[in-house]
Write a protein that binds this ligand. Sequence first.
Ligand code: NDP
Length: 240
Amino acid sequence: MKKIALVTGGTRGIGAAIAVALHSAGYDVAVTYHSNVDAAHAFRESTSIPVFCWDVSDYTQCEEGIRIVEAEIGCIDVLVNNAGITRDTVLHHMVPGQWMDVINTNLGSVFNMSRNVIEGMRARSFGRIINISSINGERGQMGQTNYAAAKAGILGFTRSLALESARKNITVNAIAPGYCDTDMVSAIPQEALEKIMAGIPVGHLGSGSDIARLVVFLADNSAGFITGATFDVNGGQFMA
Ligand code: NDP
């Protein structure tokens, strides 16, 4: 029987590449998005992968959304917590809304989603949870105290849930991408992006598929000995 994968923020960027790669690898895949209806429609049209809309920063919406996905598609075997946002500014200009939006969307979502699949995974004695962190959660970044805190928080969450879940054949891992060619990075001013590019040893940005192929590897049944790990996929920009 086909395994079922759910990718948050799967209609654009890295999440879309992950969803397509899992689909190509034989999974039944569903994705979520939040507000960009055009991107969601285009993704649905080009892939036929079912698309669901809810705000992953809201616990109740995640609970209800997962209930609907499981009723329509089946129990979730693989959860990829990918949805994320940036609200960049230096701390001395940051307002509480910029802090809370990023913490709730990037880190709160990982709790909201994982909490609502973990009991089913434990009952079925199988699960794969793959959390998308960031190079900037490992090393820090000017203007990203909110984002770096959320992405670093994901790493502690990953290790702790990996310990709690290991005996149930559920693995929990994190991927820390470097700069990838998506809408999130095209929002960075050109001058800042040129400086970033100069610091990437391989000399180019990553792509969604660079991250996606690792997700497919970690999701596989045969990857059961890999848990609690953080994988750097960053063109050599940071070596933890
Ligand atoms: P994009 O901005 O291209 O896409 C983000 C996706 O997340 C969209 O599908 C978006 O939905 C969804 N999303 C955002 N907020 C919410 C929400 N509240 N509820 C549900 N869905 C939401 O991001 P990337 O593809 O660039 O990044 C994907 C992940 O990888 C993020 O976690 C990011 O932090 C991380 N990352 C990215 C890097 C990069 O260089 N791009 C580097 C390191 C980490 P909608 O389309 O409706 O807005």
